[in-house]
Design a protein around this ligand. Structure first.
Ligand SMILES: Nc1nc2c(ncn2[C@@H]2O[C@H](COP(=O)(O)OP(=O)(O)OP(=O)(O)O)[C@@H](O)[C@H]2O)c(=O)[nH]1
Length: 355
């Protein structure tokens, strides 16, 4: 049943905005990575550190490839994997060789923010733990390769301490960032829901019904038929006056439930106003619409709303109108309203016109 189903999925807009932003950041990371390693490579050439220059140029090309993938091929996931792991390999290389004047390990502080942003908190922390274990192993193990850089123990310890502190701060930042993002997403869902649905009954609201009506009026130009039922609860003011507004609300909710249970999969029902409801019945002529209206009217009249000490029931009046030819939306609704008014005048608890 389409009674409580959204035409376009909620939250997708904000979600895709978030994905778009992440794609942009991945592109930016790869661009910055490419530029920095490129500049460092030039600096290494200037210093005649040929192996370092070659590795940095290699890294710069990999970052360019990651940039190409995200920018022109839309492969942001592959690109993010390339950025992360080529960054790790470059860092291990800098720790191992010392980079320029044994300052290579200083660069590992960029690993935590990049990792948690790209991989999220859980996967990011796992990656960081693996990274720091390997980095510590390289720094603290006896020489793995011949030209391995040697660092004073105080330097190695402080590099690890500062790395852990930056990891903690990055995780904290990512935690609050995702928390805020999720609250914005939930709020967006709620606003989107309220823009299309009535909070009390859960039915579509008038705005949503008007969008569907516009669509059907347009389709009717190419020969499609549809009908509307404008329905109003009889003497509803008396229900409020006698039992109070809260019971009045309960009656509205239960009446809405009766409606949704009776609808066909293709039909729509909306809360048009206070105690007024509008049904849209696609591919339905006036005769079929009358049968449906009668079924709805009878079901509401037979339904008992259970209160603490007794039950109450209400009746409804319905004005029916089939869309014909190039009838405008206003014309369609005002004709349905005219029949509803006649049904009220004729004694209520009825559907008009008779067919
Ligand atoms: N409980 C409750 N009452 C509502 C809500 N919206 C509108 N109403 C009430 O619906 C009543 C409508 O009253 P009227 O327009 O006089 O119509 P009626 O008493 O139903 O009489 P007829 O339509 O002529 O049969 C008013 O008392 C409104 O306050 C709502 O969301 N909750």
């Amino acid at each position: 049943m389409k009674g409580i189903e959204l035409k376009e999925p909620v939250s997708t807009k904000l979600q895709s905005l978030g994905e778009l932003q992440q794609t942009k950041v991945i592109a930016l990371f790869s661009l910055v990575g490419m530029t920095i390693t490129g500049l460092m490579a030039l600096f290494a050439v200037y210093n005649q550190s040929w192996t370092l220059a070659l590795s940095l140029f290699g890294s710069s090309s990999i970052f360019f490839f990651a940039f190409y993938l995200v920018k022109w091929r839309n492969h942001s996931h592959v690109s993010s994997i390339i950025i992360t792991y080529s960054l790790y390999i470059l860092m291990f290389y800098l720790i191992l060789t010392g980079g320029v004047a044994n300052t290579g390990p200083l660069w590992i502080s960029i690993v935590p923010p990049v990792t948690v942003y790209i991989h999220g908190l859980r996967k990011g922390l796992i990656n960081i733990s693996i990274f720091v274990s390997i980095a510590a192993f390289i720094m603290f193990s006896p020489n793995i390769i011949e030209q391995q850089a040697l660092y004073p123990i105080e330097f190695k310890l402080r590099i690890i301490y500062s790395f852990l502190t930056i990891s903690f701060l990055s995780a904290l930042y990512e935690y609050s960032r995702t928390g805020l993002y999720n609250s914005a997403l939930a709020l967006n869902n709620k606003l989107n829901y309220l823009a299309h649905f009535d909070e009390l009954t859960g039915l579509r609201n008038r705005r949503s019904a008007e969008i569907i009506l516009d669509d059907h009026v347009l389709k009717a130009k190419s020969g499609a038929t549809f009908s509307v039922l404008l329905c109003d609860i009889d003497f509803f003011k008396q229900v409020n006056d006698k039992y109070g507004h809260n019971i009045g609300d309960k009656v509205l909710v239960e009446t809405a439930n009766v409606f949704t249970k009776l609808l066909r999969d293709t039909d729509y029902v909306s809360r048009w106003g206070g105690e007024e409801f509008l049904f849209i019945l696609p591919d339905t002529n006036i005769n079929e619409a009358y049968d449906i209206a009668e079924r709805i009217r009878t079901a509401v009249a037979q339904h008992q709303v259970s209160l603490m000490d007794h039950d109450i029931s209400v009746t409804i009046s319905i004005g029916i109108q089939e869309h014909r030819g190039i009838m405008s939306l206003d014309n369609l609704i005002s004709l349905a309203d005219k029949y509803l008014y006649e049904a009220k005048r004729a004694g209520r608890n009825r559907c008009l016109p008779h067919v």
